[in-house]
Design a protein around this ligand. Structure first.
Ligand code: ZN
Length: 317
């Protein structure tokens, strides 16, 4: 099967900032949730690798620059070390080349725009092929506020300018983590697609990190993309989850007309709690099996696992 995943924190885990310290090794082989040895089972494999701002709030512009530079260097080093089986993709053309050469297609995104506080760093991100940026992580930042911190706090004036500037330069804003108020502020200040790379349905699991039906509809009306997240607290309010809980979110989003706008943004190496039977990146095979057992056609599964994300990249990158 083919697999295109819109969000993982593996670069962060390979950096000196690692939270869980399991990835340890290299992108080729490590003890975390994702490496290229395990993704080799997938026919075509593409991954959006996030440069994550970090769990402790960034205090100064200098700190932002230091963290961003270290993460970008970590990504460059990790990609270069695997260049025989992975291609760092910046455009749709690069992606198609990677597909033809049967290499993993690696894209970069930024999780937490507070990493980018100078024009030089914004340009460095764009030069490195970053085309997706989440406006916030969980904290309040110079640009806006995370849903987990204050769901009613909107974008700052600086956040509006930042979003408009990025949008004009072909970068897509990612609303995963963003407050609900910030989400609606964003829809008013930029045109075109917005994405939620790793967010589930709030109607199915009432967590502030999940999207309301109105938010989901707004994303798909703009031809955006939503990635299903495997973190247990975003799937269910119960202590444990299984693949059926994932299915409930997919089903609900499909009922809202989202079948061609759904993908996976599993959050590998960003989750310390995963559904039973899904321990790492190899678990997508299990999810595909469950979908087939519940009547999803091969085409529907291919759309969810790969083609919807591929179409978004092909149309926009
Ligand atoms: Zn995240």
């Amino acid at each position: 099967m083919d697999y295109f995943d819109m969000h993982c924190d593996t670069i962060y885990e390979l950096s000196s900032y690692a939270l869980y310290c399991k990835a340890g090794g290299t992108l080729l082989k490590n003890d975390g949730q994702l490496d290229l040895t395990r993704t080799a089972r997938y026919g075509h494999y593409a991954q959006m690798f996030a440069l994550f701002c970090g769990a402790s709030p960034i205090q100064t512009k200098e700190e932002a620059h230091i963290r961003f530079t270290h993460l970008l260097q970590t990504a460059h080093n990790a990609f270069a070390a695997c260049s025989d089986r992975l291609m760092h993709c910046k455009t749709a053309d690069d992606f198609h080349t990677a597909e033809r050469q049967e290499k993993a297609a690696a894209f970069l995104s930024v999780e937490g725009a507070e990493l980018l506080q100078s024009e030089a760093d914004i340009q460095a991100a764009i030069d490195a092929g970053v085309r997706i940026v989440t406006l916030t992580w969980n904290h309040r930042s110079c640009y806006g506020c995370g849903a987990s911190f204050d769901n009613d706090a909107g974008l700052t004036e600086k956040g509006v300018q930042f979003a408009q500037s990025l949008s004009q330069r072909g970068v897509f804003l990612d609303v995963s983590h963003l407050s609900e108020r910030g989400f609606w502020d964003l829809t008013e200040c930029i045109p075109g697609p917005i994405v939620a790379t790793h967010s589930n349905s709030r109607a199915i699991c009432p967590h502030v990190r999940n999207l309301t039906d109105a938010q989901f509809r707004a994303v798909i009306q703009r031809s955006g993309l939503v990635g299903i997240n495997l973190y247990v607290p975003f799937l269910t309010q119960r202590r444990r989850a299984n693949a059926l809980d994932i299915l409930r979110h997919i089903e609900h989003f499909c009922e809202l007309g989202g079948e061609n706008h759904l993908c996976i943004g599993a959050d590998w190496d960003g989750c310390d709690r995963l559904p039973d039977g899904i321990d790492d990146v190899t678990g997508m095979e299990r999810l595909a099996e469950i979908l087939a057992q519940h009547g999803y056609s091969d085409i529907q599964i291919q759309n969810l696992m790969y083609d919807n994300a591929k179409r978004f990249v092909t149309a926009n990158f």
